[in-house]
Design a protein around this ligand. Structure first.
Ligand code: NAD
Length: 392
């Protein structure tokens, strides 16, 4: 089949297997060009391993530290007529490359929120790895089925306390326009915390600990975005921000609960980037396009792979990592520092429909968006017939 991007709103509904493999290969090549990560973990579990920050972390652990990696993701497999999701093809490409490098890789595709999947992962750890030294929690999901009650909770992207009117960029219509977002109800806030907060991370760690598969001195981290003034009303201080605050609570609880294995638990704050999760958040495409332009000019722009390489080498496995006052690892400083934010803010106030393409790096944003699904690579022939049935 010849595969061309099918973009619907903020999502692309298909993916290109060869392009996804290229995306993975480029990240692996980046890591191989860096010095190996010192004291790197050797057995790593990545929950949310197939795209975005989780995939990048898996690549750093494997190719920058020589780790055996066990991944968990929720992806659709391809059929004769329909492509698989990008995460499916990314995982297949990762397995292929890891195999060629002699690195153990196993991926379990299913609902990470369920108890059944946790049991399956523990069985795989016992059979293949014995224990794990690092657990990455990198899920981004719009809903979660509570394994105890069976209730399904949905997350919402809304401000908290008061309505908020701001600019946004509609990627579908190529339009900068105003949007007004109504404040979330208490239920919407609580449900978002239920989906994206720390509860499931804690359940994972408890299950791993109780099964005796958390190595002594193991580390775990969950990912957050803190951002600054421009994004606070829709992110940091909004429903998703409340869920992220709950990660801080969970990290504290994990640190005090699992002293028998000297577990180190951190929330890691990463920069805003184009991923499947972030393109769904109102305001973010506009903010990210402006921010990309500013950071590229400053020479500080990074993607998922650069961020997660630094997270392991300068954060999680550094001798004296710097932590903020909430005990978080901060990899977002190049974005959130006052000078960079001031430049983005100036552009934010100026940007409108007429000057958007001059002021913002939408080209960079759009290219990253296409790359997420394996499109837009200059060395991939998109006219070629390709077999969508790729497996791992
Ligand atoms: P993403 O959409 O690229 O990746 C999400 C991953 O979760 C995928 O591997 C997907 O398969 C998996 N997943 C989703 N639901 C699942 C389920 N029920 N069971 C198993 N796997 C499931 O997202 P991302 O942007 O890489 O986000 C990962 C984390 O990083 C999130 O916590 C996010 O808030 C955080 N973060 C993102 C940004 C950003 O700008 N993208 C910035 C800072 C922090």
């Amino acid at each position: 089949m010849v595969i061309k991007p099918k973009i619907r709103g903020f999502i692309c509904t298909n993916a290109h297997p060869v392009g996804c493999a290229e995306n993975v290969k480029r990240q692996i090549e980046y890591v191989k060009r860096q010095p190996a990560v010192n004291d790197a973990p050797k057995r790593v579990l990545v929950i949310g391993s197939s795209t975005g920050y989780g995939l990048a972390t898996r690549i750093v652990a494997a190719f920058g530290g020589g780790a055996k990696t066990l991944g968990v993701c929720f992806e659709k497999e391809p059929s004769e007529r329909k492509t698989g999701t990008a995460g499916w093809y990314n995982t297949a490409a990762f397995h292929q490359q890891a195999g060629e490098a002699g690195l153990y890789a196993k991926t379990i595709n299913g609902d990470a929120f369920s108890d059944e999947l946790k049991t399956e992962v523990i069985e795989a750890i016992k059979a293949d790895l014995g224990e794990v030294d690092l657990v990455i929690y990198s899920l981004a999901s719009p809903k979660r089925k509570d394994p105890e009650s069976g209730d399904v909770f949905s997350s919402t992207l809304k401000p908290v306390g008061q309505s908020y009117t701001t600019k946004t960029y509609d990627t579908d219509k190529d339009k900068v326009h105003e949007i007004s977002l109504e404040p979330a109800t208490d239920d919407e806030i609580n449900n978002t915390v239920k989906v994206m907060g720390g509860e499931d991370w804690e359940r994972w760690i408890k299950a791993l600990h109780d099964a005796g598969v958390l190595a002594k001195g193991a580390k775990t981290t969950a990912y957050t975005y803190i951002g600054k003034k421009l994004t606070w009303p829709i992110y940091g201080h909004a429903t998703i921000g409340k869920a992220k605050e709950d990660l801080d609570r969970a990290a504290d609880a994990l640190r005090t609960q699992y002293t028998d294995v000297q577990l180190e638990a951190y929330v890691s704050s990463l920069k805003a980037l184009v991923t499947q999760a972030s393109s769904a958040i109102p305001v973010m495409p506009l903010y990210i396009s402006l921010m990309y332009g500013v950071m590229k000019e400053e020479g500080t722009h990074e993607g998922c792979i650069e961020q997660t390489y630094r997270l392991l080498s300068e954060g999680l496995y550094a001798a004296n990592p710097s932590l903020d006052d909430a005990h978080r690892l901060r990899m977002d400083g190049h974005e959130t520092n006052d000078q960079t934010q001031a430049k983005i803010e100036t552009l934010w106030h100026q940007v409108n429909q007429d000057n958007f393409h001059q002021l913002a790096d939408y080209e960079g944003y759009h290219q990253d968006f296409l790359h997420l699904f394996g499109f837009g690579f200059d060395n991939v022939d998109y006219e070629q017939d390709v077999d969508p049935l790729v497996n791992w």
